[in-house]
Write a protein that binds this ligand. Structure first.
Ligand SMILES: *[C@@H]1O[C@H](CO)[C@@H](O)[C@H](O)[C@H]1NC(C)=O
Ligand SMILES: *[C@@H]1O[C@H](CO)[C@@H](O)[C@H](O)[C@H]1NC(C)=O
Ligand SMILES: *[C@@H]1O[C@H](CO)[C@@H](O)[C@H](O)[C@H]1NC(C)=O
Ligand SMILES: *[C@@H]1O[C@H](CO)[C@@H](O)[C@H](O)[C@H]1NC(C)=O
Length: 702
């Protein structure tokens, strides 16, 4: 009774009630890991009865008379985005209302309404747009879990909430104006066309807040947005501590530009609208789906959907792995990305203070502040943090500002005429005291940073240079000649090593993606839709009839076809056990097995949805005098090999070890290229699978 692969959970528990003694308890403990598998969250969700609609493509809007309940979804006009209830794969917290890509096979959420207040399990929620132009999410007890709080009291009729193809959910008044939009309340994602306000005095100022984990939309400690000390900067915080900082905006129209290998171009920009700054990005026409997110690890990522590999490809990730984190090189140290491997260095005129840059760098010589100090120009720099923004200064005035103030250590100047709309287009930054979180960019972007040095330090440096230069030069020439020999022999090896290191990292990443993709979400389809798709199981749509029930052809929206197997009611299996089996069987995937697309239960009904194969079954060829001719020897051999491969997979290579018990020509279906696909392969499990091996008492199938 307790053989794991053939018995349902409920059966074991019933059995356990009867066999409470130590010996059996041990056996039950051995089975516990397996029981956990059976109670996987995706199964829990299915037993809560949230089915997925496949037909009557949902509307793109809600009205006061038409709320959204569990199982419904809104789909934007062109089907790009969907909004509905969801429970993350490995989460038991409850369900959420969110927006996801409707046309991407890997479920990817771009917005979540009630991220910190999930709807508790078993309580179907409801999302309503009220006459007062608010969206209200409540649970079955009527508790409000999330609302937009627009505070209108007009009670206007004709309000609606519309999901747009941009991924924006807007509340639209009867006159057509947008009262509220989800783009103003982002969670962790920026979509093309969305603007993240960077100015803290903006009414809509907000930060991206990362998910707490891959399956937990709750707010985490990582946030990203405009810096309160200066609108010009974007910062990622870990709690209250900065984790990464983008250099102060210098007025450039394009702050970053990337071209993908497939040719599309992404432009990241800061825009100035009426003196307020916004972070936004655009992509060129014809590009795939793209998004910017604050990942739950605290990384800011730019991702694009790769339909070939069916995964999200990370284009840009900040902070960079090496010395890009906030203030990594300490005060007066900088991260030099022009080196092959970025590393910390001291700004000129400074030397390391302690090992490993733990305390950064210290001055070799204090400036006298006598007016004789000079400014050294450092090119291509990331402007340090903690500056004072002095308004209305020309370049010379900016320098004077720094020169005349003894505590000023550096200045930077930019003319923002390209990007700024304000009347003062100067951007004079001065630093009083430490210079932290600076760097030198590899690609030549970055600004000039003018660093105050004692004049004597510069003089001595140049005197030393005059004497040393010829000596160094001759040493260098000699060194070069010998280096060429060494490099030639070693260089090749090193390049190889570096390459391996990076490809190693990459393959690690794609491996973890593979694992993510592995969790199979088998759609639990709504019964009404199956009824509609098969025209209420009309005989006209019947494809065949077998020991396990009848098979119908179903037509989905857009003309796609499925085969619907309606199981006979004699299986003796409960709905839960059935679901359980189906979720397991869905994990069997092989090119010579018919693909299971979804399932459905309703009262006594148990339905399985399979891919529809236009060439029907093998027997329609074998036993038909005219079609027989199609089966020449090469085709026959291909069919035989395919069946054998599918069987080998079922018997040996799959996780479930299945004996078909009803393999016959009518259970071998053929696709358009005459590739055979075994059907009905899970039936032996679904129907009284508690016989093992040969000792079958019941006569099954043919
Ligand atoms: C909204 O207004 C319509 C028309 O006045 C009314 O029939 C409906 O009951 C109102 N809905 C709510 C939830 O108050
Ligand atoms: C609506 O009122 C609530 C509570 O008074 C307030 O917190 C919220 O900011 C208001 N919403 C708007 C859009 O003004
Ligand atoms: C964020 O802060 C927490 C607590 O201070 C720390 O444990 C964690 O390592 C930090 N994360 C990163 C990525 O540095
Ligand atoms: C240096 O400039 C800062 C900011 O403008 C100012 O607060 C400070 O008083 C100045 N210090 C001196 C010595 O002038």
């Amino acid at each position: 009774a307790v053989f794991p692969l053939s018995t349902s959970w409920r059966y074991i528990v019933q059995g356990a009630n009867q066999i409470i003694n130590a010996k059996h308890l041990h056996a039950i403990q051995l089975l516990l890991p397996w029981l956990d598998l059976k109670r996987s969250p995706s199964f829990d969700r299915h037993s809560r009865g949230i089915c997925e609609r496949i037909l009557n493509r949902s509307d793109d809007r809600l009205t006061p008379a038409k709320p959204l309940s569990a199982g419904d979804k809104l789909v934007s006009d062109n089907g790009v985005f969907a909004l509905g209830f969801f429970s993350p794969t490995n989460s038991t917290a409850g369900s959420y209302v969110g927006i996801w890509y409707n046309n991407i096979p890997k479920r990817t959420y771009v917005w979540v309404a009630n991220r910190d207040k999930p709807i508790t399990n078993g309580s179907p929620g409801k999302l309503v747009v009220t006459n007062n132009s608010d969206l209200v999410l409540s649970d079955s007890q009527g508790r409000t879990l999330w609302t937009t709080m627009n505070n209108f009291t007009t009670g206007a009729t004709g309000t609606s909430a519309v999901l747009l193809d941009s991924g924006n959910l807007v509340i639209r008044s009867p006159s057509g104006t947008d009262i509220w939009q989800s783009f103003h309340y982002p969670t962790d994602t920026i979509l093309p066309g969305m603007q993240l306000p960077l100015s803290t005095d903006d009414d809509l100022y907000t930060r991206l807040v990362a998910w707490r984990g891959p399956d937990d939309p709750a707010t985490s400690n990582y946030s990203m947005g405009g810096d309160s000390s200066s609108d010009l900067q974007v910062v990622i915080w870990n709690g209250t501590r900065p984790y990464w900082r983008r250099a102060a905006w210098d007025g450039a129209l394009v702050t970053a530009l990337y071209q993908s290998s497939t040719g599309f171009i992404m432009t990241q920009t800061t825009v100035d609208i009426g003196g307020k700054f916004y972070l936004t990005f655009t992509v060129s026409n014809g590009s795939p789906s793209t998004r910017m997110i604050l990942h739950y690890t605290g990384m800011f990522q730019f991702l694009a959907w790769n339909s070939t590999s069916s995964s999200w490809e990370v284009f840009i990730e900040r902070p960079n792995p090496i010395c890009d984190r906030y203030a990594y090189c300490g005060p007066f140290g900088y991260c030099d990305a022009t080196e092959t491997v970025p590393k910390c260095n001291c700004l000129s005129g400074y030397e390391p203070d302690g090992a490993n840059f733990s305390r950064g760098c210290r001055r070799k010589e204090e400036p006298t502040c006598s007016g004789g100090d000079t400014f050294s120009t450092l090119r291509g720099m990331k402007t340090p943090d903690k500056f004072v923004y002095v308004r209305n200064r020309s370049f010379d005035q900016c320098e004077a500002e720094c020169r005349n103030n003894c505590s000023c250590t550096a200045y930077a100047f930019s003319n923002m005429k390209n990007g700024s709309t304000s009347s003062d287009q100067s951007r004079c930054l001065i630093w009083l005291g430490e210079l932290v979180d600076t760097g030198k960019f590899r690609d030549g972007s970055g600004e000039n940073l003018y660093l105050r040095l004692a004049s004597s330090a510069v003089d001595r440096e140049s005197n030393v240079l005059k004497i040393a230069l010829p000596v160094i030069a001759s040493i260098l020439i000699l060194a070069c000649i010998s280096l060429v020999w060494i490099c030639k022999s070693r260089g090749k090896r090193r390049i190889k090593e570096t390459k391996n290191k990076y490809t190693g990292q990459l393959s690690k990443k794609s491996k973890s993606n593979e694992l993510e993709n592995e969790t199979i979400e088998l759609p639990y389809i709504c019964f009404e839709d199956v009824v509609t798709a098969t025209d209420n199981f009309s005989d006209y749509n019947m494809l065949g009839k077998g020991g396990f029930g009848k098979v119908y052809k179903g037509r989905l929206e857009g003309g796609n076809e499925v085969a619907v197997k309606r199981l006979s009611k004699s299986s003796g299996q409960g709905a839960d056990e059935f679901r359980n089996e189906v979720v397991l069987i869905a994990k069997l995937q092989h090119r010579n097995l018919v693909r299971l697309l979804g399932y459905c239960t309703h009262e006594d009904e148990k339905l399985l949805l399979y891919e529809y194969l236009p060439n029907k079954s093998l027997d329609t060829f074998l036993f038909d005098a005219t079609r027989n001719g199609v089966l020449d020897w090469p085709t026959r051999f291909k069919v035989i090999k395919g069946i054998a491969r599918g069987l080998l997979y079922l018997h040996q290579d799959s996780r479930l070890t299945i004996i078909h018990r009803d393999l016959k020509a009518s259970n071998v279906l053929l696709d358009a290229e005459m590739n055979p696909k075994i059907s009905d392969f899970g039936m032996a499990r679904i129907f009284g699978g508690n016989e093992q091996q040969a000792n079958t008492i019941r006569v099954v199938g043919t």
